[in-house]
Design a protein around this ligand. Sequence first.
Ligand code: GLA
Length: 378
Amino acid sequence: MTVVTDAFTARHGRAPAGVWSAPGRVNLIGEHTDYNDGFVLPFALPHRAVVAAAPADGPVSRVRSVQEPSGAVEFSAASVVPGDVDGWAAYVAGTCWAFREAGHPVGEVELELDSDVPVGAGLSSSAAVECAVGVALAGLAGVEIGATELARIARRAENEFVGAPTGGMDQMASVHGRAGRLVFLDTRDDTVELVPFDLAAHGLELLVIDTRAPHAHAGGEYGARRADCERAAAALGVPALRDAVLADVERLPDDRIRRRARHVVTENERVLEVVRLLAADADPREIGPLLDASHTSMRDDFEITVPHVDVAVEAARDGGAVGARMTGGGFGGCVIALVPAGAVTAVTTTVQQAYAERGWTAPLVFPGTPSDGAGRVG
Ligand code: GLA
C-alpha cells in the first residue's frame, strides 16, 4: 500500500483520494465448472493488487504499474471501448468501460498500480487488478456497489474487453473472499455461501506450489474445453452440464466429449461433497481423496494438466500430503496440497527434489491462507 501511495504522491505532488485492493485466488475444488452453471469453492489469497487513485486534473486517464517499467498508459475512462487498449492496461481500461456500461459514472482518473499476485501462475492476477480498479472507481464516484455486481463488471472487462472467455469464479472469489472462509459459489445464479475453513485447528496447512511451468497455448485450449462442454450439453439436451446425469453422460458416443462431460459432472459432485464434509465439521483430512480424484479427472478426462503439474502432485503426495490437485485453468500454474503441519518441510523438499532431478526451474511453495476480498485499504 505504501509503495503506491508514495509513488502517487511523489508523481502528482498530492496524496491519492484513496487506496483500494483486491486479492488473487486459489480454487480448493471445482475446476472448469463455472462456465457450465456449476459449483466452485475458491478462496481469496493474501496476495493482492493495490491501486492508489484520484480524479485526473485533465481530460485523460493515466495508469502506471510498479511491475511495468515502460511507463504510463493513457486512455479516456469516459469513452474507452473494446479494442482501444491492449496489454496489461486493458484490464484497467476494460474495467472503466464495463463500469460505465453498467450505468455508473466514470470520470478521468490517475491510477498507480502494484501487485504481488504472481502473474501467469493461475492465481487470477488479472481478476485482482480488475476488482481493485472496480472498487476504486466505485469509491471515487461515491456509489455503493454490491460485491456480486462488482464481480460481474470485472468479469465483463475480462470477457469482452480483454477477450478471455473465462467463467465468473475468479472475480467472485476476489470480491467475496473472507479471512478463514471458502467462497462456495453456485455459478447458475451467483449465490454465495461462506464456508469456515480452519485447517490450523486440525493441524493442517494448504500449500500452494507454483510450478512455474511455461503454459503456451493455454488460451486456445481453454476455449476448446468450453466448446466441448457446450457440445456435450447439446448432445444431452440439457441447458448446461450442471443439469446432466452421469448415467446419460456415459452413453455419449464420442469418447472425448464423454470424458469432458464426465469431468464436469463428477467435479460438481466433488464440490458438493467437500462442502457437505466441511459443513458437518468433519476432519478436513477427509477431503484429501476428493482433491486427488479431482486431479485424476482433470488429467485423464479433461486433459488440462501438464508434466510439471502431475509431477508436483505426485511428489506432494509422496512427501506426506493427504490430498493434492492442480488449481486453476490448467496447462501449468499451481498445485495445492493439503498437508499435516509436521509434513510441510517433507512435502516441500520432495517436490523440490523431483523438479531438480528433471532439471526444471525450482517451484515456489507458500501457504495458502483464506483472506479478505476487495475493499478500501487507505
Ligand atoms: C480460469 C478461469 C475461471 C475458471 C478456471 C477453471 O481460472 O478464469 O473462470 O474457469 O479457469 O476452473
